[in-house]
Write a new protein. Sequence first.
Length: 168
Amino acid sequence: MARRSLVYALALLGALALAHPVHPQTSDVWTNTKISDLRRHGDEGDISRATSEHMEMANRYLQRVREFTEKEELSPRQQAKLDKAYGRAASHLEQAIDGAPDWVEPRIYLAALHFQMKAYDQAVACYEGALALEPDNEDVQGYLTTARWYRDHEDADEAASETDDSRP
């Protein structure tokens, strides 16, 4: 079951990455700018541009996370790179959410990222936020149900994998 969920999460992140290709001309000006700083100046065009740039940068890091999580075992250096990519992807997605609070997509991306990293409580919270914006979204309802199941069965899943590993 755990292997199937990992494949599911990888497929979801892969589909999300394909849906929004990364453009090489991403401007560091916008990705290094916090949306809250732009709000003080009241320029909606800049907020929109920065939000889009944060989504593109998040996509880059999501791709790196996916590459690392597809591996069976990570070296300490690879684990550090995975943690860094995870943190940066999450940061950019949070900025995108701040820039467009009514846009459900960054919340779904962030939830999928947390799910893939087995941060199930955070995944559930993000899916609940997405569902609050689009209560009739059946995909999000399904993702939320899956994330809740994994959150509630996390200890059982770990025990099962340890048992599987100990078999001859």
